[in-house]
Design a protein around this ligand. Sequence first.
Ligand code: BG6
Length: 479
Amino acid sequence: ATTSKRFPEGFLWGGATAANQLEGGFHEGNKGLNIADVLPGGKERLKILQSPGFDFEIHEDKYIYPNHEAIDFYHRYKEDIALFAEMGFKCYRMSIAWTRIFPNGDELEPNEEGLAFYDRVFDELHKHGIEPVVTISHYEMPVYLVKNYDGWKSREVVTFFERYVKAILSRYKDKVKYWLTFNEINSGLAMPIMGLGFSIHNEEDKYQGTFQAYHHQFIASSLAVKACHEIIPDAKIGCMILYAPTYSYDCNPENVMYALQAGRIFNNFCADVQVRGEYPTFIKRYFKEHKIKLDIQPGDLELIKQYPVDFISFSYYMSRTEKKHKTEAEQGEGNIIGGIKNPFLKASEWGWEIDPIGLRIALNEIYDRYRKPLFIVENGLGAKDRVEADGSINDDYRIEYLREHMVQMREAIEDGVELMGYTPWGCIDLVSASTGEMSKRYGFIYVDKHDDGSGTLERKKKKSFHWYKEVIATNGEKL
Ligand code: BG6
């Protein structure tokens, strides 16, 4: 379909990944263990993420650990970047594994081998004219910090993080101009293990612990913004949130109010602090009702106020539908982040509700609230792909999904939203964050690797590869 509605000049088309989900080489180059390295593959993983008491240990006898080898980008990055270039990527969102740079997290000096690896990756990207967009922390906290400091609950972690941030900003100041602080920072409200680096053991962890950890991340975020502007004056640094527009199940005002509250806490709380530079008023009542008393030290609030982020990046996979009183049957039916089934939407095989208009709603809601440029740094369909006898992979369902979302992006741009770019998730198949599966594929590029760890790691272009190439070449005029 062609239309007169346009994407802006210089729109950043690309794709997104995270170190832990594609690099592998988990022991190479002096890398330390990070959280993803101790998360098993398969159904166990989601259970672990959603229940209390995880031990952050590897149990080789019981489980497989798909992130250890992942898709071996660590050795194959040149081949993969060449494929991204062939699609015409203007940018590539990736993360730096904290544990390649500071294997335990609390060392004083960075690990040269880790720094050198990302130098090679950035050089390769620039060789192809691809701009790196780098997430500083994408579910990759050093396990050492989890075990010895209780993750982000400890204020000392702020110091370690700042050291890490300064090391990478200084090293890559000529190579990286777009930075993101914490991936899906608000996801810790639903599952703290990956983002906040601790497992819930009791009520205290759930409320006091979680929000104290957030306070530390907000300080860390401001320190990262400060360091970024000082070290790389021409760079931009953004926050990254998991945004799921929250609908009321019906027009019953009780449900509307309930949806408003749920949406504000989940979607807006973290971004409000990172973008507006202050705690939102609505959270004060929540703190009171849950007996949360933050340890805020002198200077913290000033720092947060002084260093808000430059832009807002977010992931968009689904909307959420809420109702105040849910029946037991309704409880279990929602998305990964909660809510109940929306009768107007279909869901992916993993139960994530597909809602392209929700993306337009998200873009409008976020832009209305903050008036800063937006960047969609994740979106996509996790699906099982079939390789045909002739080797082709005809992922029309993925093309359809992405096209419908792009149509809504174009609408939002017409609505007046300032949109910097779009990097669909898992542009090359990689390990799923929530389930550790390889069979939950998002890529334009197929990787021959399976849930049981087998596979040749060979890369193949899917039908969507050729389609996306055309989209980029026409700057989204031909979808
Ligand atoms: C986001 C994460 O939650 O969604 C990614 O930032 C993740 O790390 C992506 O991979 C898709 O989720 P999943 O569970 O299908 O991999």
